[in-house]
Design a binder for this molecule. Structure first.
Ligand SMILES: [Zn+2]
Length: 241
């Protein structure tokens, strides 16, 4: 599989990393912190109270769960103190989820598009914001998982590895934590990269209660939580299922 990934990479047929090595029971919990201009406007108008669910970070800390956050640049700018605290927490790793969370390819779950000439900026602005927090940015995740082949090539040319997931919790718009728990437990395997969201707010009412069930349930199955760089570390990229 590794050889195949190298071969495809050599042919210019890059693909996102979807999971880590399958031989040991380590998994990476990853949380995307989305922030579009529209969400920011709701926040500024007081129509959304907060996109910063401090209880979620506290739950991870209390349970010593290592986790990776893919932050959008607008989220970092909205919550600079929180972003700094996450950056300084040794349990957590911070990575790049674009600047304004557009759909790089369309359609993409209703996300606004982005002009080709602006795409590099979407990556570089957030990399600079992460560097401002003292974080070395290694990975990038496309908003909504939407991209065209040339977008993947662009991100790799900018020196970042695209990391998506093999286990979607599908917490967006989901009010029932049991559904999220079932989505994760039904799909998780050794080496899985699990995607959930960490911006909270009205579209993510059940992420936190689901996580309260998931942490002990995943540990009971023998899984250890590691940061993405620990999962992917020296083993090389695992791009294909
Ligand atoms: Zn996102």
């Amino acid at each position: 599989m590794w050889a195949l990934a190298v071969l495809l990479g050599g042919l210019g047929l890059a693909a996102p990393v979807l999971h880590g090595p399958r031989q040991s029971p380590q998994i990476a919990l990853t949380f995307d912190a989305d922030m579009t201009p529209g969400m920011l406007q709701m926040l500024r108008m007081g129509k959304v109270r907060s996109y910063n669910p401090t209880e979620l970070y506290r739950l991870l800390e209390q349970n010593q769960v290592r986790a990776t956050f893919f932050l959008s640049g607008l989220w970092i700018e909205a919550y600079p103190e929180q972003a700094r605290a996450l950056a300084q927490n040794p349990l957590f790793e911070l990575e790049n989820h674009s600047y304004s969370h557009p759909g790089f390819a369309q359609p993409c779950y209703g996300l606004p598009g982005v002009a080709p000439a602006r795409k590099a900026d979407e990556v570089l602005k957030t990399r600079a914001l992460l560097e401002g927090l003292g974080v070395k940015n290694r990975y990038f995740r496309f908003p909504g998982g939407c991209y065209a082949p040339e977008d993947l090539a662009l991100v790799e040319r900018l020196g970042l590895q695209v990391v998506h997931w093999d286990v979607a919790g599908e917490d967006g718009g989901q009010a029932d934590p049991k559904v999220i728990v079932r989505n994760v437990l039904g799909r998780v395997r050794n080496g899985s990269i699990v995607v959930l969201h960490s911006q909270g707010g009205p579209r993510l009412p059940a992420t936190l209660p689901a996580l309260r069930e998931l942490i002990p349930a995943l540990r009971a199955r023998g899984f250890a939580f590691v940061k993405l760089s620990e999962l992917l570390g020296s083993e090389g990229p695992f791009r294909l299922r």
